[in-house]
Design a protein around this ligand. Structure first.
Ligand SMILES: [Fe+2]
Ligand SMILES: [Fe+2]
Length: 385
């Protein structure tokens, strides 16, 4: 048995088993909170707290299975931050592999116990209880693991096992729907980003253009005082501004010299094409992206395209992306031009304040310039020969 440094030992206060009323109160309180929660981390914290209080454990962890990586992970463990372990390791891994709960009096008498985690956390595990739980399709999505019973007896009972199973079945459904929700949002973001890249690669934009435009847009949105979530929405949607370019012929898109009037008219249609591609969606992110695609070439004074909108008729997100896009375009090498010096770019924004660009946004741009430049550095294009 490993030797534990004394300072890590704890002497937790002993507790009495809960009355049925106390137990019900905990279940009611927590299931209501969990049902209203959309954030995975918060659900895991609530579930862990619920389990801990129900069975008087010192620590309780909710583990989730990551089948793709062959790992178990948790974003919360009482007193411990995120941990990832191999799928079959430790007591909880065995419990999941068997699909069976475990009730163990002394972990150190059990060869399946992974003492390494204790050592890393400076903690001494004694009694352990694990309860795997299944998702809607019956496959196991995770497990409860509670450690060290806080009563005089110091061991978990069959009743604890039943109560923890109850907690798992109450909370498991909410947990799964939250995971699904996060997955969907992540997928949407990924698709939007990939689509943006496709639009840009068609026109031979430099590699990190969409990443930089995304960052600049977020910085500008925050600088304007928009809330975090909205700035995040703009960050995610702005890379799609040129998605309509997928439908512009190469002869126009990749032409090195100046476009003829006719070619320029074709080029302009990338705004309406992008809008039409995206506007049919019910998804908020895609609808946001639709407005941006449509209006990122409108100008404050009404001389932009495709509709010649003026001032605040132009969607705020379109106005933001316009600044971000032009800032990046001027600062990068393109087939038809070299990158501009910063001073020249700043002068252009000054001149175009209230002409091409929303004056308020140009002010924000000037204020946020250090952050913009920092983002530009972070997403620099790799040097190409
Ligand atoms: Fe564009
Ligand atoms: Fe662009």
């Amino acid at each position: 048995m490993p030797d534990y440094p004394r300072e890590f030992e704890r002497m937790p206060a002993l507790r009495e088993e809960l009355t049925p009323e106390q137990m019900l109160r905990i279940i009611f309180d927590y299931t209501a909170k969990i049902a209203n929660e959309r954030n995975l981390h918060n659900v895991l914290v609530l579930m862990a707290n619920m389990g801990r209080e129900m069975i008087l454990a010192d620590r309780c962890t909710v583990w989730l299975v990551d089948y793709k990586r062959g790992e178990l992970f948790t974003t919360v463990a009482h007193g411990v931050s995120e941990i990832r372990v191999p799928l079959n390791s430790g007591l909880v891994g065995h419990s999941i592999a068997l699909g069976q709960p475990l009730l163990i009096e002394d972990a150190y008498q059990d060869p399946r116990h992974n003492a390494e985690n204790d050592r890393k956390a400076g903690y001494r595990t004694k009694s352990v209880i694990t309860v795997p739980f299944a998702g809607n399709d019956g496959s196991i999505i995770g497990a409860y693991q509670a450690v060290n019973k806080m009563t005089k007896e110091g061991v978990f009972t069959q009743r604890d096992l039943e109560n923890l199973s109850l907690a798992a079945s109450y909370a498991g459904k909410s947990l799964e729907s939250v995971m699904l929700h996060e997955e969907i949002v992540a997928t949407q973001k990924e698709i939007i980003f990939r689509m943006g890249e496709i639009g840009e690669s068609r026109s031979k934009e430099t590699g990190n253009h969409v990443k930089r435009v995304a960052e600049y847009s977020r910085i500008l949105a925050l600088g304007l005082g928009l809330p975090q979530e909205e700035a995040e929405k703009i960050r995610v949607a702005s890379p799609m501004h040129d998605i309509g370019k997928v439908a512009i012929p190469d002869a126009v898109l990749k032409k090195p010299g100046k476009l003829t009037d006719e070619e320029y008219e074709i080029m302009k249609t990338h705004t309406t094409i992008g809008y039409n591609l995206l506007r049919g969606s019910n998804r908020e992110l895609l609808r946001t992206a639709a407005h941006i695609a449509h209006e990122h070439h409108e100008k404050w004074d009404g001389t932009g395209y495709p509709r010649g909108l003026k001032g605040e008729e132009i969607h705020l997100y379109g106005r933001i992306t316009a600044v971000a896009d032009v800032f990046d375009a001027l600062g990068s090498d393109r087939v038809y031009k070299k990158a501009w010096e910063l001073e020249r770019i700043i002068n252009l924004f000054r001149e175009e304040r209230g002409r091409h660009f929303d004056p308020k946004l140009v002010d924000v741009f000037m204020e946020q310039l250090p952050r913009m430049l920092e983002a530009r550095d972070r997403y620099k294009d790799e040097l190409q020969e």
